[in-house]
Design a protein around this ligand. Structure first.
Ligand code: SF4
Length: 180
């Protein structure tokens, strides 16, 4: 599988860009966990893929370090109001669905199928995560956590991948990874 071909496909999948990197170049900032603890998103303790249920920052980093390579997806989507959670949540979900679709397609082209997703938002396989009702997760093997839950420094990752981080409030950038 040629890297150049993968990058060309980004547009077809609806991404701004798609880049390969090595997981050794990802930077983990364990102190980012405090932002999850503030629970502005309401998912803290309410989603199995989110802190504290997903694991400690150290455990999360270890999960990623088991893999050598990462395919990083970036979307850049125009927004009416970047501070409107309802609007950005929909875009986040679209980005997640595009990532799931792209990886399925790329597996047909040789992308290893034993990888793991790191998404831009928490696991959303269920309408409402079973963690809320203290019921068991229904999709333990497939559930995905987000970059924040892994304490990945997304800014440094984007810089490493030479991705466009220009920001003037009318475009939102989301990232996801498939590590393999
Ligand atoms: S699969 Fe369902 S129950 Fe499991 S983490 Fe995802 S949303 Fe929660």
């Amino acid at each position: 599988m040629k890297k150049i071909e993968m990058e060309k496909q980004a547009k077809a999948f609806g991404f701004a860009t798609m880049k390969f990197m090595e997981t050794k170049d990802l930077e983990f900032e364990h102190e980012f966990r405090q932002f999850c603890e503030m629970n502005d998103c309401g998912n803290y303790g309410n989603n199995y893929a989110c802190p504290p249920l997903c694991g400690t920052p150290e455990e999360m980093e270890q999960k990623v370090r088991k893999y050598e390579h990462a395919l990083v997806f970036q979307s850049r989507t125009p927004v009416q109001n970047i501070f409107d959670d309802a609007e950005t949540k929909i875009i986040k979900k679209m980005h997640t669905n595009k990532t799931l679709h792209a990886v399925e397609e790329l597996k047909e082209q040789g992308l290893p199928d034993n990888g793991m997703f790191i998404m831009c938002g928490p696991c959303n396989f269920c309408e409402e995560c079973k963690a809320k009702a203290k019921e068991p997760c229904v999709n333990e093997t497939m559930r995905f956590s987000c970059l924040s839950a892994y304490c990945i420094d997304a800014g440094k990752m984007a810089k490493h991948c030479n991705m466009n981080m220009e920001w003037n409030g009318d475009v939102v950038s989301f990232f996801s990874l498939y590590v393999f």
